[in-house]
Design a protein around this ligand. Sequence first.
Ligand SMILES: Nc1ncnc2c1ncn2[C@@H]1O[C@H](COP(=O)(O)OP(=O)(O)OP(=O)(O)O)[C@@H](O)[C@H]1O
Ligand SMILES: [Mg+2]
Length: 194
Amino acid sequence: MVMVSEIDLFNLEDPNSIIRKVVGDDELIDISELAQRRVQIPVGYEIKELSIENGESKEISSLVEDEIKKFVNEGYPDNIYTPIYEAILNAYQHGNKRDPDKKVRFAYHLGESHLDILIEDEGTILNSTFVPFILKHRESDVKSKYIDFYKFARKEKPKANNGTGTSFMHAYMDEINYYLGEHGLMVHMVKNKN
Ligand SMILES: Nc1ncnc2c1ncn2[C@@H]1O[C@H](COP(=O)(O)OP(=O)(O)OP(=O)(O)O)[C@@H](O)[C@H]1O
Ligand SMILES: [Mg+2]
């Protein structure tokens, strides 16, 4: 028999797989309904509440430029900006639905061996396809692969998006976890010091 891994029942990329059937197609998941404890930004983290008006790249870079300089001075690469930018943009666009009255909380802790970054929005609704999409990014062979969310979801791409922000976050960070925060979805990214 010829082995065809694409039709593996657990293939996260196959829209006909068992995984995609279980999570549903374009369902909305409210993470605030999960019996999960809410994570607070830990004591000792520097916290900045970002008010974002239009989400243009210039605006986001000006909001975090001092911190990026600090990270680069500590020996982190310049491209540490990319995953931070993509996570803030996702928080603004998808979490806060571009509502300028909602905040994006940006917090960090510079440790001896690594940098922790937390980015929290004020939204709790996730598209079900985000589930296999994140699991796919956690597969070890995927580190340098860019997976277009809209191809993955078989959805039409909105004009304002490329569907690759999550892949950039995974390409430039060493670990990424997602939590239910006090206000909404919280992304935790870790960068190790080399
Ligand atoms: N903070 C968030 N809250 C809710 N959904 C999110 C969040 N971040 C990402 N998502 C979901 O994950 C999808 C993929 O995100 P990703 O950043 O990879 O692509 P994109 O934001 O659609 O496009 P791009 O970042 O390239 O402009 C989003 O379209 C959205 O459905
Ligand atoms: Mg994005």
